[in-house]
Structures are given as C-alpha cells and as structure tokens.
Design a protein. Structure first.
Length: 231
C-alpha cells in the first residue's frame, strides 16, 4: 500500500474524502485487511484525523458497504420471484466482489443499513406474493446468504492468488500420485478444485460459473419447498 508522510494539518479533508480513500483501499485489497493506519497513510494524515472526521474502522466499514449497496439495481418489479432474484443476485455478486470483504461484512451484520432496506423490502414482497407466507424470511435469508457466502469465499481466495501457480503445481503433483483414488475423486480435483488453484482468468471464470450454479440451485430448491407447502 502507498505510504506518505503525515501532513501536519488536514485542511480540505472531508468525511467523504476519507470514505473515498477507504473505498479505494477496499477495492485494492479487502475490507477486513486494511487498518486505520493504512488509511491515514493513504491520505497523508495521522490516524487521529481519521477518527475525528469519520470514526473508527467499524463506522468506515459501514460507509464502504453502504456505497457498495447503492450500486445494486433492483430488477423489474413485474418479474416473477425466481427471475427477479436470479437477476438481482447475478448483478449483486460482481458488485460486492468489486469491494472484497463487503460480502463477509453483510453476512456478519445482516441487512442493518438503510441502503439495504429497499432490496429487503422488494425481495420480501416478491416472496410473500409467491405464497411463502411465514417462510418468506427464511427463503430470503437463504437466497442472500448463499450468494454472499459464495462471494465471500471468492474474496478470501483471491487474497492468496499470488500463490496460485505454486499451489496449482503442487496440487497437480499430488493428484497424479493418487493412482488408487476413485475416478470421481480425481475428476473433482481436475475439473473443479484445480481450476481455482490455477488462478488468473481460469479461476475467475470458475468463480462465476460456481456462483451462478449456487444461485440457480438455491432458487430451484426454495421453489420446490414452496410448491410442497402449497400442495
């Protein structure tokens, strides 16, 4: 991370500029990794200036997550619940992934921010209209949690991508030695795990293929549960 000598004063620094810098650090690394000292160094001020303008890491994290959330567009309200959630989650995943760590924050804290309320309200209304009744909240939580957990896993994996080529070579050597392993075990390693370990574009494609699979199967499973309750 870029470091500068702290300035003796902070004329012109605003809370929004502080959050801008926190957003930049998050996009470059991970929300859970950077510190107030890192942020202060980015702005060329002392850590006490950050606390004075915005507050501690928790408040800054909330502001960064809020900025991520307002970038998520709600799908057409005329869509059925399955397509509505499919479009919502397929667009929300990349938005959250652009700010690594924000998905994990959402999992830890839930939809507690004002910026999240329009998504919650629209999603819950869709599920209630579809006949989920008292299980609408469970269905909503499963849809959002499965999606954000998958994004969060990808965020954490990317922190170690510099080790990708070495890990890939090691993994392939280990798989080649598993001559007695069942064919399905070898296939799991070669067709799924190894693609993540390879890093780069291969891992990126696999990340989103897997994400879409999780979204689609979660929707299908919840639909089956709904139909069983209605029959």
């Amino acid at each position: 991370m870029t470091t500068t000598v702290p300035a003796p004063f902070h004329a012109g620094l605003t809370p929004e500029r502080v959050v801008d810098a926190a957003e930049e650090l998050t996009a470059e690394s991970h929300l859970m990794i950077w510190s107030i000292r890192d942020l202060a160094a980015r702005l060329g001020v002392s850590p006490s200036v950050i606390y004075h303008h915005v507050g501690g890491k928790d408040l800054l994290s909330r502001r960064v997550v809020e900025r991520m959330l307002v970038r998520i567009e709600l799908p057409d309200p005329q869509l059925g619940w399955q397509e509505w959630f499919r479009r919502l989650l397929r667009s929300a995943g990349p938005v959250a992934a652009a700010y690594p760590g924000t998905a994990k924050w959402m999992l830890m804290h839930g939809p507690t921010l004002p910026a999240a309320l329009p998504v919650v309200e629209a999603g819950m209304a869709k599920l209630e209209d579809a006949g989920f009744g008292d299980r609408a909240a469970l269905a909503y939580a499963a849809l959002l949690n499965n999606a954000m957990l998958t994004v969060s896993m990808g965020d954490d994996r990317l922190q170690h991508e510099d080790d990708g080529p070495r890990d890939h070579a090691t993994m392939m050597a280990e798989f080649s030695q598993l001559t007695a392993a069942p064919a399905h075990v070898r296939a799991m390693g070669e067709d799924f795990i190894a693609r993540f370990a390879e890093g780069g574009q291969t891992a990126q494609r696999m990340r989103w293929d897997y994400y879409h699979f999780v979204v689609d199967t979660t929707i299908a499973g919840i639909d089956t549960t709904c139909q069983e309750r209605m029959t």
